[in-house]
Design a protein around this ligand. Sequence first.
Ligand code: ADP
Length: 447
Amino acid sequence: MFDKILIANRGEIALRVIRACREMGIASVAVHSTADSDAMHVRMADESVCIGPNSSAESYLSIPALVAACEITGAQAIHPGYGFLSENATFVQVLEDHGITFIGPSAAHIRIMGDKITAKETAKNLGIPVVPGSDGGVPDYETAKRVAAEIGYPVIIKATAGGGGRGMKVAQNEEALEIAFRTARSEAKAAFGNDEVYMEKYLQKPRHIEVQVFGDGKGRAVHLGERDCSLQRRHQKVFEEAPGPCITPEQRARIGGICADAMAELQYSGAGTIEFLFEDGEFYFIEMNTRLQVEHPVTEAIFSVDLVREQIRVAAGLPMEFRQEDLTIRGAAIEVRINAEKLPNFSPCPGKITQYHAPGGLGVRMDSALYDGYKIPPYYDSLIGKLIVHGRDRDEALARLSRALGELIVDGVDTTVPLFNALLAEPDIQKGDYSIHWLEKWLAKTF
Ligand code: ADP
C-alpha cells in the first residue's frame, strides 16, 4: 500500500479523498493555487504544496507542477478526483514515466473513451447497446441523408470533438436535415476546430441512467447498479438518485451484467461510469466516464461501499474488496448539488460565507469544503457542497432531504437550495416521473 497520496484537486472532492486516505492510514498531500491557500482541503491534508497562481491552467491543470509536488513530498500516487486532469491520458502517461501511480484506469482506456467515435465503437464491440446511428463520421450531406433514412427521423447530429452538450443539432425530417447538417459542421469547426460530425437516432423523452462499474485491471469487474441523473439544466446534473426509480431489478441485472462483463473483457481498472439514455425499456450507450463521478455517494449509500478506498486499493495492486454477489441494494439515496449560484439564471455567486451549518442526523451526509468565513473564489466551478440522504425507501429519502435542507445554513452567498425545496413539492419528483427535459421545462414556467 502507498504511504503517501497527492490529491490533484480542490473543494469537496479533495476532502473526500483525504478522508479515505486517513481511514486507510495513508498520508495525504493537498495541492493548491494561490487563491486556495485558505481552503479546507489545504487545512485538512497532512501536507500542502502551492502549485501556481489562481487560474486552473497554471495550477490544478499544470502537469509539471504536480509532478514536482510529488517529487518534493515523496507522494507515490496521485488521486485526480473529477474534472481537471482526471480524464487526461497525457497526464497518466507522464506520471507513468516518472514512476508515480495514477489512481484510475490506464492511459489507453482513458483515450479510447475520451473520443466519442472510438468509445461508441468499443462499447458496441463489447456488447453494450448503443444508439442506432452512423458508424463513425458522416463526411457529406448525401451520406447524412442515407443514414437518416436508415435509422429514421428525428435524428441528432453531433460533433465528434464536442463535449458538455455543445455542438448538437436535431433534424425532425428530411427537409430540415440539410440545414441542420451544414450548421452542425460549421459550428463544430468554429467551436472545436474539427468539423467532423456523426449521427444518431434522436430519442424523444429519454431518462439519463448511468451504471457504476468497477474493475481490478486484471479481468475481474462488477457493477454497482445505476443512478438516475435525468434532472439536468444545460446538460449539468443537479439532482441524482440511486437506484433509478424506473428501473426494474431485471433491467438492472441485465444492463449491469453487460457492463460488468464488458469491463472484465477490457481489463478495466478502477471506477468508471457507463452513461445511457433509457427509453421504452431500452438502454442506449452515450459515453463512458473513466473516473469517479460527482454523484458517486448515492451509490456508496445504497451499497455501503467506499469507492475511493476501493480505487486506492486497486491502484496499489490489491484485489477488490467486493464480489458481485456481495453487492446488494439497501434503500434509496438522493444527492442534490448545492452551487453558489443566483436563481433564476444560475449565475455564479462567489463571495464570503458568513455562516455555515451542515445538516446531520440519521442517513444524512454533507460533502462540502465550506466553513464560517470562507471566501469562495471566482476562478473555479460553483459547486460548494453535496447533500446526500439515504432512506429505507425513496419516500423516506425524500422526507429526509426536505428535513436536511431545512437544517442547512449557508449565509453570505446565493445558493441552489431554493430550487430543491421547490422541486420536492412537485408531484412528478415525488413519483420519480421525469425525463431529461423535465427540469428545463419546469424552470421555464416556475422561475
Ligand atoms: P456531451 O459529451 O457533449 O455531453 P453526450 O453525447 O453525452 O455529449 O450528450 C449530451 C446530452 O445530449 C445527453 O445527456 C442527452 O441529453 C442529449 N443527447 C445526446 N444524444 C442524444 C440522442 N441520440 N437522443 C436524444 N438526446 C441525446
